[in-house]
Ligand binder design. Structure first.
Ligand code: DGJ
Length: 747
């Protein structure tokens, strides 16, 4: 990898074996974008890429010149008001009321590795040879602002990390109105835009559309990244698919209000902007202060969507997630939520844990309802003290009893929230977001604590620390069950209210940082009514997240498949739940529920005391299976093979880094009578090696067949052996919501 600056042509070229990112200092000192794409040879001068042209209605910077217009020049961090009529990356409201800035190149530095971003989650390096960072310093001398644009190129893969910081060296304060993390001007708009949208219980469904003239965008104004949209989009060339063609992934490492926008302007170029949502945002930057934007990640692949996703997976799994659990296989857990909801006694919990233990489950998670007066969603949030009626021996008593059974103990918390019916609220009614003189909205009967105020974060930190110290707690599920409303803080001046959304998420990050530092071996799982805050920001603190409250195995295929475009398998909380399923009331076979949930962190979310001995014995087979293959599943290379979006059959597979073994999941939503002959083309195998292939039927291996890697990838694996309705070996009939699991081992 290399970052070069060509002094004579004023061109910067960041490149590695996969990607080139080229920009130049424009004649007016702003930064111009020249190229982002497949790696090309370096050369002295790329300034011929600067397209200058006289155009009617353009506005020009130089006297007697009708070519240099910011209106048609591709830029790195554009401003509004001097000829560029596209949406800008930065807007600064100054004391004289002007919103025009002029950031001019001042100097640059190149450093090995990657600096951390103060107070924000970001990718990192573990040694300096993993990446190189270019910082470009620009200055606006009129109001003495300094803009630093940071670009990190990683040694491996087509990955560029970007962020910006703005420092005020003037006497007066200014108001930042927009400060995006990323601007990417592309020379054309021959792209399809892919976004991952949904709602509660159906998160991250893939939607694709052609880029068109005008603006297309996704965003969140809810105070968290949301079920509705995810801060991750993909641009792909129309013919590109999973395995070939040009693809650009853009991911924002941020959990609050965001915007991802594509603007196709009238000459057909595309401007991508990504960062904190400018709606409702402003930030007062006093003299001597600095504002740091979140980090955005750009991933380029010339080899299709799977390759782009695999780069994202590697980066986020190993250089965004951190800590003790980062590289460790995840414990198989049982969560009592769908088993009991709020209705439990200690006795019931112990019964569940005893069964769990027999099934080989490693961690028992006590979900909502163990504290304060929390016997429904109407009370107790904020009072992080065990309910002594429900847990007569306290949390420690329960945790010890569970540990004595031989499994670990984990706990649910929702630290950002409070019910009006709670001691915390009675003591501090002014700690929630509400506008003076107005009645605040509730969500699920709860209110949001003002985490922009340090004393509130400190209070919660103390309470949760005490909790974690009070018992043997190995795991925390950190939930967040409502969007923000009435966002007004008494801790800050009227002119700074536009900061509160961002300060809220900074408070959340701070609490996560302090708790994960103080309790480094506790496994944190993020959650927000399922997947309403499943984003890269959270992954920095919690290496896994509950991706959805929908535990139906078939709905989960879409959710897991959609999530896999931008996030690694090791990050996806996935559980086997009851049939009929509690969200969709669908009945699915136990093997399909497991075959779907294996491709994640794996666990259970059902009342084990209601299962038959036969079913319990199957669970034991499942946990044995997962223990054997979870290293491969959670840390192997994941390939999407057949998409659930609009199709009856879904398939995916994981292959270990050495291509020695692989696991293939195949799922069919509705049974097909007298069906066609089908073959599934596998990926990522060693072409010239022989693989033993066996099918696991409810955990038991079938007869082995052997095939070359190229056979399996080009001819495919036969998946129509039950096209008559009966599997060839007669072991069972095919059915709706059927699934199959194949294991491949190099000979
Ligand atoms: C929402 C979560 O997504 C569920 O798994 C569960 O923890 C409930 N909250 C508890 O209130």
């Amino acid at each position: 990898m290399s970052i070069v600056y060509h002094e004579a042509s004023k061109v910067f070229h960041l490149y590695n074996k996969t990607v080139s990112y080229i920009m130049m200092i424009l004649p007016n000192g702003h930064m111009g974008q020249l190229y982002f794409g497949k790696k090309i040879h370096d050369r002295e001068d790329f300034s011929y890429l600067l397209e200058l042209a006289p155009r009617d209605m353009a506005s020009y910077l130089y006297d007697n010149d009708r070519t240099f217009s910011l209106g048609h020049i591709k830029q790195e961090y554009p401003v509004y008001g001097s000829g560029d009529y596209r949406h800008p990356a930065v807007v600064v409201l100054q004391n004289d009321g002007s919103i025009y800035s002029d950031f001019v190149f001042s100097k640059y530095r190149i450093s090995a590795g990657k600096p951390r971003l103060p107070g924000l989650p970001a990718t990192y390096t573990e040694s300096d040879d993993e990446a190189e960072t270019l910082t470009i310093e620009l200055r606006d001398t009129h109001d003495n602002l300094e803009l630093n644009l940071m670009y990190t190129i990683f040694a491996n893969g087509g990955i560029i990390a970007r962020s910006a910081s703005i420092s005020n060296y003037g006497h007066d304060s200014v108001q930042l109105k927009t400060a995006m993390s990323l601007c990417l001007d592309l020379p054309d708009h021959d792209y399809e835009w892919m976004q991952f949208s949904g709602a509660w219980a159906r998160e991250r469904a893939l939607h694709i559309r052609r880029l068109e003239y005008g603006i297309q965008a996704i965003d969140s104004m809810r105070g968290h990244s949301s079920h509705e949209q995810n801060p991750f989009i993909i641009l792909k060339r129309p013919p590109a698919d999973e395995f070939q063609g040009e693809v650009i992934g853009c991911s924002l490492i941020y959990s609050g209000n965001f915007l991802a926008q594509a603007e196709v302007e009238s000459h057909g170029t595309t401007r991508i902007l990504m960062g904190i949502n400018p709606f409702g945002f402003s930030w007062k930057l006093n003299s001597g202060e600095q504002f740091q934007t979140p980090e955005a990640i750009l991933v380029y692949s010339p080899n299709g969507l799977n390759d782009m996703s695999q780069m994202m997976h590697r980066l986020y799994r190993s250089r965004l997630a951190r800590g003790y659990w980062r590289d460790r296989v995840r414990p198989i857990l049982i969560n009592n939520w769908e088993a009991t909801y709020f209705d439990f006694t200690e006795e019931k919990l112990i019964q569940l844990a005893q069964k769990a233990c027999k099934c080989g489950i490693e961690l028992f998670v006590l979900d909502d309802g163990w504290f304060g007066k929390r016997t429904s969603s109407k009370a107790g949030l904020g009072d992080w003290i065990p309910n002594s009626e429900r847990l007569p021996d306290g949390l420690k008593g329960l945790a010890d009893k569970i540990e004595n059974l031989g499994i670990k103990f984990g706990l649910w918390i929702e630290p950002e929230m409070v019910n009006a019916d709670s001691d915390l609220f009675r003591a501090h009614p002014d700690w929630i977001y509400k506008v003076p003189g107005r009645k605040p909205c509730h969500g699920r009967y709860q209110y949001v604590l003002d985490f922009s105020r340090q004393e509130i974060v400190d209070h919660i930190f103390e309470k949760i620390s005490l909790l974690l110290e009070s018992a043997n707690i190995s795991y925390i599920k950190w939930d967040m069950n409502r969007s923000l409303t009435d966002v007004w803080s008494s801790g800050i001046s009227a002119e700074q209210q536009g900061e509160v959304f961002h300060r809220y998420i900074l408070g959340v990050y701070q609490l996560y940082e302090r708790l994960t530092t103080r309790f480094p071996k506790v496994l944190f799982e993020s959650c927000a009514s399922g997947g309403a805050r499943f984003d890269a920001g959270m992954l920095y603190y919690a290496p896994q997240g509950w991706i959805s409250d929908d535990t139906d195995a078939i709905q989960r295929l879409s959710i897991q498949y959609g999530t896999s475009y931008g996030y690694p398998i090791s990050s996806m909380g996935s559980h086997v739940s009851a049939s009929p399923n509690h969200q969709l009331h669908r009945q699915t076979p136990l093997w399909t529920r497991a075959n779907t949930a294996y491709f994640g962190t794996f666990g259970y979310e059902l009342d084990l005391t209601r299962l038959s001995d036969n079913e319990l014995s199957k669970l034991k087979i499942q946990t044995d299976f997962m223990k054997k293959y979870r290293q491969l599943i959670q840390f192997g290379r994941f390939y999407r093979l057949l998409s659930p979006f609009g199709n009856n059959v879904t398939a995916w597979m994981v292959v270990d880094e050495n291509r020695n073994e692989a696991l293939v999941g195949w799922y069919r939503t509705l049974n097909v009578v007298n069906g066609p002959f089908t073959r599934l083309h596998l990926q990522g195998l060693d072409e010239s090696c022989f693989y033993d292939v066996m099918e696991f039927v409810e955990g038991s291996p079938s007869a082995v067949t052997s095939h070359y890697g190229d056979e399996l990838m080009n001819l495919g694996l036969i998946t129509s052996d039950a096209s008559s309705g009966q599997y060839a070996d007669g072991r069972r009939e095919s059915c709706d919501f059927d699934s199959r699991l194949f294991y491949l081992k190099k000979k």
